[in-house]
Write a new protein. Structure first.
Length: 462
């Protein structure tokens, strides 16, 4: 609905006052660009996450390293047992095994050497085999001279002159007692050049002791190296994180400063250009109108033009107030919200602001985003809701900032004819900004009627 047409004299006074106010504002020195205070650094949180993840990774590596080290230690123990058996077979048993020993092994030097190994606990059972499977000598004398079928792997040793080992509960020579042992087979040629195989049964207790000794050496070295690497990397990571955070803050600070300068330049161009021209035209129109006969069509049109001109000047001044960046430092944030509510009241909607929480703890970036939400919500209320009242509710805590803009208008369902590309573009941009700050945006019907714009974000990411 159009407002009542002002009288020529009133229009003249309003336009004159507008021109004087604009000229006074034009003479004011431009306010210096305020560089935003850097946001709270995320280095500490990043380093805590890095340390926790590093410790978790260290724990996982340790869990993998322990069985791997145990397997390595077991393999080393097996190789050591095979090596010692092979050395004994070739350097001790082979020179002592002769044709005479084969014929009378009891009491021979070979038996003495074998019994020494049995007595010191190095082995628990010994058997010497010939190619035919006959027991040449054994600590169980009842087996000497007996013949048993040989496994294929043992038969192959007579050709390869190698060695092999396996864990077993059974003893080929009949000495099984249910105790697990390590069977080691080593082939060699005796003093007469005849091949034979020495079968040694190692007690697992000695092998486990050797395995434990190896494991004790491997684990501290491996885990200690990882811990040392973590200690060395931690200060480098901290330094890199600080550099990245400082660079990010510098770039954000520069981008914000450029944005503030550009918005200020645009607002000054509008103020010094369009507003001055329209105010000048509005100042002339009443004079021209008085030259026309009262009640004439031309005079009525000029009065109507003067009225529209006044409305346009007020609209552009509102745009300038929105474009020109407010100061959010100190009490500037609350003053900016109050000024936003005042402009909304001037457009016919009674607006109020309610604040809960410690606003002073918010960074400049978080304050700017909260202000942007309130401005966009009130702007949509004025444009689309047909509301008479609106409330901006700001709730601040350590983990989240929530801004609600609620009105008593027709509600979002009644604005279905609104072009979203034209009228909700601001909400789309606001939604993108909130997602970057770890937040979200929702426009919904309010309880009891009207619309409610709800936005929340993390203050440490704004």
């Amino acid at each position: 609905m159009d407002r009542p047409t002002s009288s020529p004299r009133r229009s003249d006074e309003v336009c004159s006052g507008s021109v004087m106010a604009d000229r006074a504002a034009a003479r004011e020195a431009p306010a210096p660009v305020r560089t935003p205070t850097p946001q709270p650094s995320g280095v500490r949180a990043a380093m805590v996450r890095f340390t926790l993840l590093s410790l978790l990774g260290l724990a996982l590596v340790t869990l993998v390293t322990i069985p791997l080290a145990a397997w390595i230690a077991r393999s080393i123990a097996l190789l050591d047992a095979e090596d010692r058996t092979r050395v004994f077979t070739r350097t001790v048993a082979a020179p002592l095994l002769t044709e005479a020993t084969r014929e009378a092994p009891i009491g021979s030097p070979l038996e003495l050497a074998m019994e020494n190994r049995l007595d010191d606990g190095t082995v628990v059972h010994v058997v010497i085999w010939d190619r035919d499977g006959r027991v040449v000598w054994s600590d169980d004398r009842s087996l000497i001279g007996s013949t048993y079928p040989l496994d294929a792997e043992v038969e192959d040793l007579f050709e390869s002159m190698g060695s092999r080992s396996e864990y077993s509960l059974a003893m080929h020579a009949g000495g099984a007692d249910g105790v697990p042992v390590l069977e080691v087979y080593a082939a060699a040629r005796d003093a007469d050049g005849v091949p034979f195989v020495l079968e040694w049964y190692w007690p697992t207790s000695r092998l486990e002791a050797a395995q434990h000794e190896t494991l004790v050496r491997i684990l501290p070295l491996t885990i200690g190296s990882l811990i040392l690497l973590h200690i060395l990397v931690l200060p480098l990571t901290l330094d890199t994180a600080r550099r990245v955070d400082a660079e990010r803050a510098r770039l954000a600070q520069h981008a914000t400063a450029v944005q503030i300068m550009e918005r200020r330049r645009l607002s000054e161009d509008l103020h010094d250009g369009v507003v001055q021209d329209l105010s000048g035209i509005g100042y002339v129109l009443p004079t021209v109108s008085r030259e026309l006969p009262p009640g004439s069509t031309g005079r009525g049109l000029l009065e109507r033009v003067a009225q529209v001109m006044q409305q346009d000047v007020r609209s552009i001044r509102g745009m300038i107030a929105d474009i020109k960046p407010p100061t959010f430092a100190g009490a500037g944030f609350l003053e900016a919200l109050d000024a936003l509510a005042d402009r909304t009241r001037a457009q016919g909607v009674a607006a109020d602001v309610a604040i809960r929480g410690d606003v002073d703890a918010l960074s400049p970036g978080a304050r700017a985003l909260a202000y942007r939400i309130a401005r966009e919500g009130l702007r949509n209320t004025v444009r689309h809701s047909q509301a008479s009242r609106a409330l901006v509710d700001l709730d601040v805590d350590a983990d989240a900032v929530t801004v609600r803009v609620r009105d008593d208008g027709v509600g979002p369902a009644a604005t279905a004819d609104v072009d979203p590309d034209r009228d909700h573009f601001g909400l789309q941009l606001l939604g993108e900004a909130l997602r970057e700050a770890g937040g979200q945006l929702e426009l919904r019907a309010a309880e009891g009627g009207g619309a409610e714009l709800v936005a929340s974000f993390r203050p440490d990411r704004a």
